[in-house]
Design a protein around this ligand. Sequence first.
Ligand SMILES: O=C(O)CCC(=O)C(=O)O
Ligand SMILES: [Fe+2]
Length: 317
Amino acid sequence: MSTPNTIPVIDLNDYLSDDKNKKQKFVDNVGAALKDVGFFALTNHGLPQDLVSEAYSISEKFFKLDEATKRKYENLEIQGQRGYTSFGREHAKDHDAPDLKEFWHVGQDLSDGHKLADVYPQNIWPKELPSFETTMKDIYQQLERCSLQILEACSLYIGEDKSLFRDMAVDGNTILRLIHYPPIPEDANPASVRAAAHEDINLITLLIDATTSGLEIMDRNGNWLPVVTPRGCIIVDSGDMLQNASNGFYKATTHRVVNPNDSRSRRFSMPFFVHARSEVPLNPIASCVAKTGGEKKYPDITAGEYLHQRLKEIGLS
Ligand SMILES: O=C(O)CCC(=O)C(=O)O
Ligand SMILES: [Fe+2]
């Protein structure tokens, strides 16, 4: 017998359907999942399996390169916002031991002349892997398409126009992160895990199925639950920025990636952190304040200021 799914499973085809009831079902399911659990699994997301496999294969090839080659792509002046971040550099907020991972960041690729083209750092592409750029740009666009549809559902569920959260994220400071969790080094800090307990900073995160298990979420009673989903789906979670703008209506659920039983095994994953544009206010929305007891519980702050504060807390700024 297969293990039951531990988070709601929601079908994107319902939203794309002409049938109003199906569309509404999608909105209701997404809204309830992010309000009550903070996580769900998206099926029929439209990302070709070949593209996902190719992205993982290229990511694996990159992380297999020798350390000196990888470090050519580490730019500490931009705090690793693009390109490579070496093993042991990032730690979770309030947790000093570093996470056991290395990663690569791909950001917006806006056309010359776009008003934000000079605002974001330029993407970096590894010369050793010629198909890296086209594959990662392709998967970025596909994930961005899904994310905007999910943000529409989040807006509709609270009775707002579908553009409310969606428009915050158009041309946003969104990041695709390719992560490699290598075998656990023998001299690793005993307090270190692959990814220590944290909440995501951004509006929502889309996580393409990782190569092995390990992801866990904390339930309302403080118990850790392994995330079990159908194969090939995309895991979606709500982050602190959506929690702030919705005055806590949507939850940023704590999650982590535990170390494997077999310390020699590797893991690859690919979170897509959906951010607002920097100038966007994340001030609690009046209708959400009304739904959450009538009092504002979160600050008025722009996405840019919020991100800056949080990156400092995790050692990346
Ligand atoms: O690797 C994973 O499955 C999740 C990683 C994660 O939670 C993160 O990078 O924020
Ligand atoms: Fe996360």
